[in-house]
Design a protein around this ligand. Structure first.
Ligand SMILES: C[S@@+](CC[C@H](N)C(=O)[O-])C[C@H]1O[C@@H](n2cnc3c(N)ncnc32)[C@H](O)[C@@H]1O
Length: 268
């Protein structure tokens, strides 16, 4: 990863992040800095990024800035004002309790433009993600390439999370990372159940790599050991205040990462 992208991410985190409404603890960026760096060492191809459930862009904007030099199209999928598809519990109440309105897309665009992103170059798909097949998403994107980062943060019911994880696995590059949001959130067991079904009932190509504050990151089996050991070294050397434990998940060695509040977010 080039220093420009890291500097842009740092600027976003220090100057804008607090004002972007959303759900993403800033320390999620500690391991992502390493992953972006390692991806750029593994390949000169800069894959674009995607998110299902972008809301106002808090997480997506940071991912996008790290891959700003990609010549492929970054993509977001969200129901935006069609909140009847954002189900919770019995399927009657909306999942996000605050400020969901038809202003959502405008706020996302405003935040993205403020971060220096060309929103006209994005592919913005307004849809219930469970209505989409990967080939339909691909057809909607001008200049498609598989994604280097794919965040799954739409509806957290089991059916949706499982369907979204399937889409992400089909559309993420073999060097890429899939993030499953709210993996251990007590209100949204569907995300955990979706990952568990995927891991116990099949032999998926993407397997758990690490967990940090609600997000489970998954990578391709071929790169699992490379990413795991590199990330362990990076965190212990560059973030000594962060606790890093080796934890087995579904038979795979993974990391549970516990950053210390107040310590640096990025290693600059
Ligand atoms: C918790 S918010 C996402 C937070 C965001 N990733 C961030 O960084 O702050 C969940 C988002 O999922 C969207 N959503 C809910 N159900 C969906 C569905 N079935 N398909 C697509 N998006 C959905 C909501 O509109 C909302 O924007």
């Amino acid at each position: 990863m080039d220093q420009d992208s890291l500097a842009t991410l740092d600027r976003y985190l220090t100057e804008q992040y607090v004002n972007v409404e959303g759900w993403c603890w800033e320390y999620n960026w500690q391991p992502i800095q390493f992953l972006a760096q390692r991806q750029s060492e593994l390949s000169q191809h800069i894959g674009p990024v995607a998110e299902i459930g972008v809301f106002h862009g808090k997480f997506f904007i940071g991912l996008n800035l790290l891959k700003a030099k990609s010549r492929f199209t970054h993509t977001v999928i969200d129901v935006f004002d069609m909140q009847q598809f954002s189900m919770s519990g019995e399927g009657k109440r909306i999942r996000v309790p605050k400020n969901i309105s038809d202003q959502q897309l405008d706020k996302f665009k405003f935040n993205a433009v403020s971060a220096g992103i060309d929103v006209d170059a994005l592919c913005i798909i307004k849809s219930d993600s469970t209505n989409l097949l990967s080939r339909e998403i691909e057809a909607a994107i001008n200049n498609y390439s598989k994604f280097s980062f794919f965040s799954v943060d739409g509806c957290h019911e089991f059916t949706h999370a499982y369907s979204d994880l399937n889409l992400a696995m089909e559309m993420t590059d073999h060097n890429g990372i899939i993030f499953m949001d709210d993996y251990l959130h007590a209100r949204w067991p569907g995300v955990h159940e979706a990952v568990a079904k995927m891991m116990f009932c099949g032999a998926p190509r993407f397997v758990p790599l690490y967990y940090v504050h609600n997000k489970l990151a998954m990578c391709h089996v071929n790169l699992h050991n490379d990413y795991l050991e590199g990330l362990f070294r990076f965190l212990t050397e560059r973030h000594p205040a962060t606790t890093v434990r080796r934890v087995t998940r579904y038979g795979w060695p993974t990391l549970t990462i516990e950053p210390k509040s107040g310590s640096p977010v990025l290693a600059l």
